[in-house]
Ligand binder design. Structure first.
Ligand code: FAD
Length: 396
């Protein structure tokens, strides 16, 4: 394949910047245009729910880049509004930007609840600054959703001295990611951290001064934070031919279905995983960090595959949670979940292969477990259940 003369990358987040960087690292000398909807140069999102909410002097989340070497046409506050046969149409100019290849890297946006205009959704730098300003001691903060973001926001709000209530529709926290028997173990952390957690409490709508629960109860709040998940930003692709089903459908080479010369990466992509024989939507930093290099290589004629074991981390209630793989098969506990120094839980599937692992304050378990899960290694379950045996020594 001939190298594309002009690559337009839509989305200036971690994934979009990564594609541009990956192209230049491979000595691509053509034009690269990076379109961003926000006014800020590319920045990192994980600090927004951690350092930015917690620290008096939060670090600048702007991603480091050697702009001279990258030599990009970086267009901020210029979102793509359509993708046509001629190229990418932006909000600033009606003539499409002609492109030999288009990379869709425009991320995801928060799922909304009825009436939530007055609520805060934590996705952008501006959201984080706004939320932080509302977290004053004594403020009544209602967090809707006890997922990864909700738990981190509740942690920060409680630390700032707010009166925090977390309302979760499911029976346990982290229900979208972890089995109930594991999510349940995080319930006491809320009380210990000074927050009130109410599960089985779906919110019907957000109101001017609080929330209305499905059962009719009203709960007053000074600040309502809605953290009930995200959905990929795909509306602008309508009519482009690109196939969208809960994300832009891409194969294991991250090539988009439905429109030649189009790729998708990061939170917006729903990639085919040969490893799991199903589609996976990333929604995690690790994908946005590592998948762009594969797009860059393949844009330049490569045939690289992106199919890692998913990985995510979260910092909540003074603990570091790290999670890789999938919760399929038998559950194997490593240590006592009541142990404040940490514990892990692993999942062992067919033929005793390690499928996934959640580590709470046991980073070594995660690193070693991730390697074994990646290689689909068979494990000795008896050894795995002994927290004193390093995970890497549990290969059967
Ligand atoms: P994004 O970071 O969303 O970047 C996409 C960019 O595209 C955005 O700047 C957006 O404004 C722009 N855009 C949107 N539409 C258009 C358009 N039409 N035209 C041009 N540009 C457009 N993951 C973890 O694994 N661990 C964590 O601890 C963790 N913490 C997080 C904390 C917060 C507060 C948030 C919001 C996310 C967190 N994540 C975490 C998830 C992680 O940050 C994301 O998976 C990652 O940012 C995805 O990168 P991306 O580049 O695909 O998308």
């Amino acid at each position: 394949m001939v190298s594309p003369g002009h690559v337009v990358v839509v989305g200036s987040g971690l994934a979009g910047l990564g594609v541009a960087r990956g192209l230049r690292e491979r000595v691509y000398a053509g034009r690269v245009t990076l379109l961003g909807a926000e006014p800020y140069p590319p920045y990192d999102r994980p600090p927004l729910s951690k350092a930015v909410l917690l620290r008096d002097d939060p670090p600048d989340p702007t991603l480091k880049a050697d702009w001279a070497v990258l030599d990009l046409d970086l267009r901020l506050s210029e979102p793509a509004v359509a993708l046509t046969a001629h190229g990418v149409v932006t909000a600033r100019r009606p003539d499409p930007l002609e492109a030999d290849a288009v990379v869709v890297a425009c991320g995801a946006e928060p799922v909304r609840l009825p009436g939530d205009d007055a609520a805060v959704h934590l996705r952008t730098r501006d959201d984080a600054v706004r939320l932080r300003a509302g977290l004053s001691p004594g403020a009544r903060v209602v967090v809707v959703g006890a997922g990864w973001i909700g738990a981190e926001v509740a942690t920060a709000a409680a630390r700032q001295g707010c009166e925090v209530t977390v309302l979760e529709a499911a029976a346990t926290p982290l229900s979208a990611a972890l089995p109930a028997e594991v999510g349940r173990l995080t319930v006491p952390w809320y009380g210990e951290g000074g927050a009130t957690l109410r599960c089985d409490s779906p919110v019907e709508r957000v109101e001017r001064d609080g929330v209305l629960l499905a059962g009719g109860e009203r709960l007053g709040a000074d600040v309502v934070v809605v953290g009930v998940g995200v959905r990929p930003v795909t509306a602008w692709l309508a009519g482009s031919g690109v196939e969208v089903q809960a994300g832009v459908l891409v194969d294991e080479h991250l090539r988009a279905a439905g429109r030649p010369g189009t790729w998708a990466v990061g939170d917006v992509a729903a990639r085919w995983s040969p490893r799991y024989d199903r589609r996976i939507r990333g929604e995690h930093w690790d994908d946005a960090l590592n998948a762009p290099a594969v797009v860059a290589a393949n844009l330049l004629g490569g045939t690289e595959t992106y199919d890692p074991v998913p990985y995510i981390w979260s910092e909540q209630w003074g603990r570091m949670l790290q999670w890789c793989g999938r919760a399929t098969g038998r559950t194997v506990w490593r240590g006592d979940p009541g142990d404040p120094s940490g514990w892990s839980v692993a999942w062992v599937g067919e033929a005793d292969r390690l499928e996934g692992l959640l580590a709470v304050d046991r980073p070594r378990d995660l690193v070693q477990g991730r390697r074994l899960a990646t290689r689909m290694v068979r494990v000795d379950v008896t050894r795995l259940a002994d927290p004193d045996v390093p995970v890497r020594d549990c290969a059967a």
